[in-house]
Design a protein around this ligand. Structure first.
Ligand SMILES: C[C@](O)(CO)[C@H](O)COP(=O)(O)OP(=O)(O)OC[C@H]1O[C@@H](n2ccc(N)nc2=O)[C@H](O)[C@@H]1O
Ligand SMILES: Nc1ncnc2c1ncn2[C@@H]1O[C@H](COP(=O)(O)OP(=O)(O)OP(=O)(O)O)[C@@H](O)[C@H]1O
Length: 271
């Protein structure tokens, strides 16, 4: 039996504009999504029965049964059972798509096309389209791959507070906000990326802070970075840095000041 392996990188919403709400309650989004060189690793081996074992530093609390997105997505992708091992490095319920990234990795390993996967998790289509930058619209199913960004590094910080995505969307008072500009520019260097991002938003940041006020402390800790914001529905925030050294230094400063927080530094990935 051959074992295959797939990387499930952290998803980062560099921007997250909520532009409306559908009749079924789901929200319309316009988001610039990138992926970082830190994530979970999934291995799959064809087997007589479906199984999943979860290992790694962030395994605690991740479901291992049929409710894990790996098994749900794999069963949707193929009738042939697999034995999976998920090495978990990303915090769950953290706004960096852990479960969706794992589901996308499972779909890839099982040879699925991802059809219908948006119903399992709104972030699964964008994770399937990575690891290059992607513009995500609709409720997550409208996917436009974008040119690679210039080299950038990211510091990811989670205060180890989980945030419920439905609760954050529910607390959003204004559902109809402007989208990003119709065309996202092709950025020659990192400076213009930062300048452009400073004119965009994450509309879920304010409602997420109502649920987890510590998010403002996380953003303050990341403020030495040229650009810092929250990803997804939080609570993870990111700081963009121009060099690998600057990211590593900021990550170690934050770890020293807040030893209980989850902190990682990694490159932004290209396709
Ligand atoms: C906030 C984002 O992370 C941005 O990338 C995603 O939109 C959320 O992706 P996800 O965690 O995969 O979300 P799902 O598990 O599909 O949905 C969780 C809940 O979030 C809300 N939800 C999600 C996506 C969307 N476009 N509108 C919503 O209102 C719904 O209440 C839904 O029940
Ligand atoms: N493989 C998985 N890894 C992490 N959580 C999982 C997984 N499968 C199912 N879950 C469940 O999904 C919930 C949401 O976890 P996930 O890591 O997908 O967070 P998220 O914040 O919703 O991500 P995002 O909003 O960025 O897509 C967890 O609380 C957990 O119970």
């Amino acid at each position: 039996m051959t074992t295959a392996e797939a990387f499930a990188p952290a998803k980062i919403n560099l921007t997250l504009h909520v532009t409306g709400q559908r009749a079924d309650g789901y929200h319309l989004l316009d988001s610039l999504v990138v992926f970082a060189g830190i994530g979970d690793t999934l291995t799959a081996t064809p087997a007589a029965d479906w199984s999943l074992s979860v290992t790694g530093p962030m395994a605690a609390g991740v479901p291992t049964g049929d409710d894990n997105l790996v098994l749900r997505a794999a069963r949707m992708a193929t009738d042939r059972p697999h034995a999976f091992t998920l090495d978990k490095h990303l915090p769950a319920a953290a706004g960096i798509g852990g479960g969706s990234a794992d589901a996308a990795a499972a779909i890839r390993l099982c040879g699925g096309d991802g059809q219908g996967a948006v119903a399992l998790g709104a972030d699964i289509p964008v994770c399937l389209a990575g690891p290059g930058p992607v513009r995500m619209r609709g409720v997550g199913e409208v996917i436009d791959p974008l040119p690679n960004l210039p080299p950038l590094w990211v510091v990811l910080v989670n205060p180890r507070v989980t945030v419920s995505t439905p609760a954050v969307f529910k607390s959003l008072t204004e559902k109809t906000n402007p989208p990003m500009p119709p065309d996202i520019p092709r950025f020659p260097t990192a400076g213009p990326v930062i300048a452009w991002l400073k004119r965009q938003r994450n509309d879920l940041a304010a409602p997420a802070m109502q649920h987890a006020p510590v998010i403002s402390d996380v953003l303050a800790a990341l403020s030495p970075a040229p650009f810092a914001a929250m990803s997804g529905s939080g609570a993870t925030c990111f700081g963009l840095c121009m060099t690998e050294n600057a990211a590593a230094r900021l990550a170690s400063d934050i770890t020293r000041a807040h030893p209980a927080w989850w902190v990682a530094s990694a490159p932004i990935l290209s396709r």
